[in-house]
Design a protein around this ligand. Structure first.
Ligand SMILES: *Cc1c(COP(=O)(O)O)cnc(C)c1O
Length: 310
């Protein structure tokens, strides 16, 4: 059976030319190399969820996602490898198994896709809705959209254990904040965690706080960790999956300067913010910086004509 190895996630030292003077030096945690389909933080978030399914002797995982969801395809593949079933509740009742490459691939991996309206999808975290789903699919372990639960956070705590864990700044992209919460819990008390939101709006700080509470169960402890969290809501480039030309130009620029391949939904926005913070002096000379490459290239297909390496 195929195995999923986090040892594929190497630590890469990068020297990024920035035009003037010395290049910007930092490390990159290449979680994008963990698996070609279960890329980046998606395996981190699924690992302990899948273990729960096995412990409970459930048949499989039921989870949620949009039509290009990295989480959905990762779940389809990871459950397939583990010999489990999967059900994907997809946002958009106009869609079907053939609507795009992500959905087609999910279906080929054996995921049962259920297409629901946008308004129904908004109920996806409501207890009454979940209770109903549970009675419809009693033998499935329900995982929230994006792997946003306790087990997801616990899995993301492990990322920095595969490094020296002695950084001043950690930069990563955020959607639900699950990965950021795990990194906060798994880092040293002097490390700042910078979560750069891929979405418009000011909710990620509060979402992260709720996730920390799931693990810590103590408001004062949560506040202690929150002091080291910097949420950046100003680098979303117009919002989720908007992808202006300025962003694909930036992806190409990073590729030509460092050979790193960033995706247009998440990682490129976080990388942009990190470079901006270096150029504006918010990252001090000599400080140790790591960028967490959370993957995501699977979802870049619609923009392939504008990205040089696709
Ligand atoms: C899903 C995803 C994220 C968001 O992670 P959260 O834990 O939901 O904040 C970031 N980067 C990539 C590439 C992703 O696919």
């Amino acid at each position: 059976m195929e195995v999923i190895r986090t040892s594929n996630s190497i630590l890469e030292k990068v020297r990024l030319p920035i035009g003037k003077g010395e290049p910007f030096s930092f490390e990159v945690k290449r979680d994008d190399l963990i698996h070609s389909v279960i890329s980046g933080n998606k395996w981190r978030k699924l690992k302990y969820n899948i273990l729960q399914v096995e412990h409970r002797k459930n048949q499989g995982v039921l989870t949620f996602g949009g039509p290009y969801s990295n989480h959905l395809i990762a779940t389809a593949k990871a459950t397939n490898i583990a010999g489990l079933k999967s059900i994907g509740i997809v946002r958009g009742d106009e869609l079907n198994n053939e609507s795009n490459a992500t959905l087609r691939h999910c279906a080929e991996l054996g995921m049962q896709l259920v297409f629901i309206s946008r308004s129904e999808y908004r109920s996806k975290d409501e207890p009454a809705y979940l209770k109903n789903l549970h009675s419809q699919y009693p033998n499935f372990f329900i995982v929230p959209e994006g792997g946003r639960n306790y087990y997801g956070v616990i899995g993301c705590q492990e990322i920095l254990t595969e490094t020296n864990n002695d950084y001043d700044h950690v930069y990563l992209a955020g959607g639900t904040g699950t990965t950021g919460a795990g990194l906060l819990l798994g880092s040293k008390p002097n490390t700042k965690i910078h979560v750069v939101s891929a979405l418009k709006g000011d909710f990620l700080r509060n979402e992260t706080k709720q996730l920390l509470y799931l693990v810590l169960n103590d408001s004062e402890m949560v506040e202690l960790y929150m002091d080291r969290l910097l949420v950046h809501n100003d680098s979303h480039f117009g919002g989720y999956a908007k992808v202006p030309l300025e962003l694909t130009d930036y992806i190409n620029s990073v590729y030509h300067r460092s050979a790193l391949k960033l995706d247009p939904i998440y990682t490129s926005k976080a990388f942009y913010k990190m470079e901006e913070d270096y150029n504006s002096g918010l990252i001090l000379n000599g400080e140790k910086v790591i960028f967490i490459h959370t993957g995501g290239l699977q979802g870049a297909e619609p923009w392939s004509s504008k990205i040089d390496f696709l």
